[in-house]
Design a protein around this ligand. Structure first.
Ligand code: M6R
Length: 615
């Protein structure tokens, strides 16, 4: 939700900032802009509606000199996507320029106060209010930019990651964060800002993860940077190494990040299970669970909270944990949980799941449960993210950077982590037979080869997908572990192809949605051969009787459904509880190929952004 990048050093800032914006574009692509202090310390702001490529076009004949600058790619919150609402925003005198990711909630009150003092506003954004407010304080207090930012942020309610430049002050870059991510890259005589590590990793692996309510003053050439919190206490920032390779954030020959990420799922699952699924011992090692086993043992129930795709993984977690650990599990959409005054017990364990670790609603749900004494266990992909820092313990998914807006490898690695947690908990709590435990550990280890086999069917799925570009509606059905996969398949199709799709538990069809079925309606039925198989065959018969067009995901060698369904995609055999790791793959591919056949930009679907850092 908006990407911000900054640079101060000896190199030309413009190419670094533009490349950084391209890397952060997955966070928002409504508009893009850049501010540079040129060699005469003059401040220039260039910004335009649309993607970073438009900004580059726009800057072709502009003065892009300077070794200090900030840049922004926007996902609009306050004010429509337009040139004027694009960041950076100038202050009234055009002495300051500011970029912002987040929402200033009390911006209207601040704006009214500033208007009474004669300030004029040209955009509809909360960000312009913040930069004007900083200028107002600088003038009133006759203080430095850093002090003014400090004072302004003490009076601001809301979330922010900001970068600020001042005309005539080419040696200072000021930045701050609360609720939105911000990383500082530490190079040799140079510093970088980034919403994540992707714009930084090419230049340095040394980074400082700024904490909430920290404000930083970066001076050109300085050996150290000054970090203070809102209470004005100076802090010693910790330099950490980023574990990311440049190749991980590049497309590597694939037309889209989404396709690359679908194809790399076997690899990301190997990384996720590395050292954790121990094949020789047929055992699971998860230090976070082992160290906190008493919390789980004493828990009267487990709450799992998440949003979007991570919520679908959470639903699979419920099926897994209740079946194998005999612990009650409640799954909560974070945005609902945080506002409905839920009952939270001190002995609750909350598992919070988020790819980015920056989803505002999930973080708020964590704070709520933590405040009531619950133990919080995180499942997260991004190392050093806010979620990783606010949880008591947790497990990283180690999927590698996920850049496609539609989540794919994040989902399968989250499900793998939930499976590992379940098996280990079941063993420790004594709710799972050791022989079954070993059998499932082995099957989990073998899953990556089976995913490879499904990926080999990509061309077959691509051909099939061309048939369905006509559709305006799709239905996805599954039962048990594969009901959440039906929800996930529908979400994938919706977000990247803009075809309306619904996921349902297959047997619920009869309670209403079957009224929608006619010869136009494609219905994806997830039907691997397990205990509910005969029931789902009956569900398919009911749909066929109403002329629905069935695409069935079936177990290898299935002949019954192959004879009834219009199209069939086979998945290799595995344990029932592991089928989501396989059945979701053809659904991801189907969505991808339908969307590309319709000419959609699957990596940057309309209205979406990768991490939802605002409510
Ligand atoms: O980073 P998170 O896992 O917390 O993100 C949650 C959702 O915003 C995310 O899964 C979203 O639904 C994806 N676009 C789905 O593909």
């Amino acid at each position: 939700m908006c990407g911000i990048v900054g640079y101060i050093g000896n190199k030309d800032a413009y190419p670094i900032l533009i490349k950084g914006l391209h890397r952060l574009e997955y966070r928002g692509y409504d508009s893009a802009g850049i501010a540079l202090l040129d060699n005469n310390a003059e401040l220039h702001v260039y910004k335009t509606r649309g993607k970073v490529i438009n900004l580059e076009q726009f800057c072709k004949d502009k003065n892009i000199n300077g070794t200090i600058g900030i840049a922004h790619t926007r996902w609009a919150t306050h004010g429509e996507p337009s040139d004027i609402n694009a960041h950076p925003h100038y202050s009234q005198s055009e002495n300051l320029a500011l970029i912002h990711n987040g929402i200033i909630e009390n911006y209207l009150a601040l704006k009214q106060m500033l208007e009474l003092k004669g300030f004029k506003f040209i955009s509809q954004t909360d960000t312009e209010v913040l930069v004007q407010f900083i200028e107002y304080i600088m003038n009133e207090e006759q203080c430095s930019l850093y002090e003014a930012v400090h004072q302004a942020l003490s009076q601001v309610v809301g979330a922010y990651a900001i970068g600020v430049l001042e005309k005539g002050n080419p040696n200072t870059l000021v930045a701050a964060r609360k609720g939105s991510p911000l990383i500082i890259g530490v190079g040799k005589d140079e510093y970088f800002l980034g919403s994540d590590a992707s714009p930084i990793v090419e230049y340095t692996k040394d980074v400082i993860y700024l904490n909430d309510e920290e404000i930083v003053e970066i001076k050109r050439g300085a050996k150290e940077i000054v970090v203070k919190n809102l209470a004005n206490i100076e802090l010693k920032p910790k330099i950490q190494k980023i574990q990311m390779d440049l190749s991980e954030i590049e497309k590597g020959g694939f037309p889209h990040f989404m396709l690359k990420e679908i194809f790399e799922q076997p690899k990301s699952l190997i990384m996720c299970m590395n050292g954790r699924v121990q094949t020789e011992l047929q055992d699971i090692m998860l230090s976070g669970i082992r160290e906190n086993i008493e919390k789980f043992r004493k828990a009267r129930r487990i709450l799992i909270t998440a949003c979007g795709t991570s919520w679908h993984a959470a639903l699979i977690g419920k099926y897994l944990i209740e079946y194998y650990c005999k612990l009650p599990v409640e799954v909560e959409v974070a945005s609902e949980f945080r506002y409905r005054n839920p009952v939270i017990f001190e002995d609750d364990v909350m598992i919070a799941i988020s790819q980015s670790g920056e989803t505002a609603d999930t973080l708020a749900a964590i704070e709520l449960a933590k405040g009531k004494g619950a133990f919080i266990y995180g499942i997260c992909n991004v190392v050093g993210s806010s979620l990783a820092r606010v949880t008591h313990s947790g497990t990283y998914t180690h999927a590698g950077p996920e850049i496609g807006v539609a989540s794919t490898k994040a989902f399968t690695t989250q499900v793998a982590v939930l499976t590992m947690i379940t098996l280990l908990l079941g063993k420790e709590l004594g709710t799972i037979e050791i022989s079954l435990y070993k059998q499932l550990v082995k099957a989990l280890f073998e899953i990556t080869n089976k995913i490879e086999k499904i990926i080999l069917k990509a061309d077959e799925i691509k051909n099939m997908s061309k048939i369905f570009t006509y559709a305006h509606n799709f239905m996805y059905l599954g039962r048990g572990y594969n009901y959440p996969v039906a929800l996930e398949g529908a979400l994938k199709l919706k977000e990247i192809s803009y075809i309306h799709a619904e996921g349902y538990p297959a047997a619920e069809m009869k309670h209403g949605p079957i009224a929608l079925i006619d010869e136009e309606m494609p219905i994806v039925v997830i039907a691997p051969k397990f205990k509910m198989y005969d029931k789902i065959v009956s569900n398919i018969e009911e749909l066929k009787a109403r002329k629905g067009r069935i695409i069935a995901i079936v177990s290898e060698g299935d002949t019954t459904i192959s004879n009834i369904a219009d199209y069939v995609i086979e998945i290799p055999n595995t344990e029932e509880c592991l089928t989501p790791l396989l059945t979701v793959i053809p659904l991801q591919l189907l969505s991808y190929y339908i969307a590309t056949a319709k000419g959609r930009n699957v990596d940057q679907p309309r209205n979406l952004a990768k991490s939802v850092t605002v409510e």
